[in-house]
Design a binder for this molecule. Structure first.
Ligand SMILES: Nc1ncnc2c1ncn2[C@@H]1O[C@H](COP(=O)(O)OP(=O)(O)OP(=O)(O)O)[C@@H](O)[C@H]1O
Ligand SMILES: [Mg+2]
Length: 313
């Protein structure tokens, strides 16, 4: 792909120490965001580069752009997402992480005015081909949201709902138990399966939602800031779970937490916002995508380094 022609003001950044991502870096990035420091104004646009090729890709994106009406929320994304690994999407608020994540399983179809261009290949198939059933895409590519959202049903029914809808004719009790075991929730809920999913703690609800997502035996799990509403202990449980699940699933996780990206992911994609010269349109771009250790310890782009070390860029 060709680099974006967008050009923004160059700023002299202080020398950055690699590998400095941590709580301070996190909070610095967050407070910079809160203070409205415009990351897109700090450096010239760099071409998005994939430094180390992905050998076995579950998704292959070629020049994917997502629009809301005529607004290009995220543009010209070319990347391969590896199978049975964890890929993190990071970047400042509004750079299109959720938008891009939702386009991977056609969730954006449900947003009025949203449209996708470019090619999104999932296991060799174009996800947006006319003969593809979006419901089937969403069954194979499950999603977990920022805020735990159990159905207003019992714990059991939350997990059984999807398989039943898909006509599952096997041992439903066994499947419910197995799904709850996989997320480490079974021992906590086995005596109250008939109670409402809403009666669980936030961390338990999020694990219930993950159990619900895996009960339909998907291939990929998309997670949009799955821990942002959780306390540190519940967060660690979800992170442990992500580690276990990646032997079976390909996982893409959006997170604002640099430590979390560094802990759970194998690859990290850093996105930022560019401002179009002519119309002032703020479009999300992929700045750098590589192995997570490289992104956090020795990124190729100054802009990435500024972001992961809390300086922004
Ligand atoms: N339904 C929508 N209709 C119109 N514009 C939208 C819609 N959803 C998102 N946008 C816009 O698209 C851009 C990208 O939004 P998106 O939610 O994908 O960003 P994000 O990187 O996930 O941000 P955050 O970190 O705050 O969650 C933003 O400019 C946002 O205002
Ligand atoms: Mg988002």
């Amino acid at each position: 792909m060709t680099p974006s022609p967008t050009q923004t003001e160059e700023r002299t950044a202080p020398p950055a120490g690699p590998g400095a991502a941590g709580p301070a870096a996190d909070s610095a990035a967050d407070s910079a965001a809160a203070e409205g420091t415009p990351p897109e104004e700090s450096t010239a646009t760099q071409p998005a580069e994939e430094q180390e090729p992905v050998q076995d890709a579950v998704f292959d994106l070629q020049d994917v752009s997502v629009r809301y009406g005529s607004f290009i929320a995220v543009g010209d994304i070319t990347m391969k997402v590896p199978r049975h690994q964890v890929t993190a999407f990071i970047g400042p608020s509004g750079c299109g992480k959720s938008t891009l994540l939702r386009c991977l399983n056609r969730m954006n179809d449900l947003v009025p005015g949203a449209s996708v261009t470019g090619e999104l290949i999932y296991n060799g198939e174009n996800v947006y081909a006319p003969d593809v059933d979006p419901a089937e895409v969403r069954r194979r590519i499950g999603m977990v949201f920022q805020k735990p959202n159990p159905f207003p049903k019992s714990i059991y029914e939350n997990v059984a709902f999807g398989p039943r809808l898909n006509g599952f004719s096997g041992d439903l009790d066994g499947l419910v138990q197995q799904s709850l075991e996989r997320v480490g929730l079974w021992s906590e809920v086995k005596d109250k399966l008939k109670e409402s999913g809403h009666a669980l703690s936030g961390g338990q609800q999020q694990r219930l939602c993950i159990a619900r997502a895996i009960a339909v035996e998907p291939d990929v799990l998309l997670m949009d800031e799955p821990c942002s509403a959780l306390d540190p202990i519940a967060t660690l449980k979800i992170e442990d779970l992500i580690h276990q699940l990646k032997s079976t699933y390909s996982i893409v996780i959006v997170t604002h937490n640099m430590q979390q990206a560094a802990r759970v992911s194998d690859r990290t994609a850093f996105f930022s916002v560019n401002i179009d010269d002519h119309q002032g349109m703020r479009t999300g771009r992929l700045v750098e995508y590589d192995r997570t250790t490289k992104i956090f310890n020795n990124p190729a782009q100054q802009r990435t380094e500024d972001y992961v070390t809390g300086r922004f860029g």
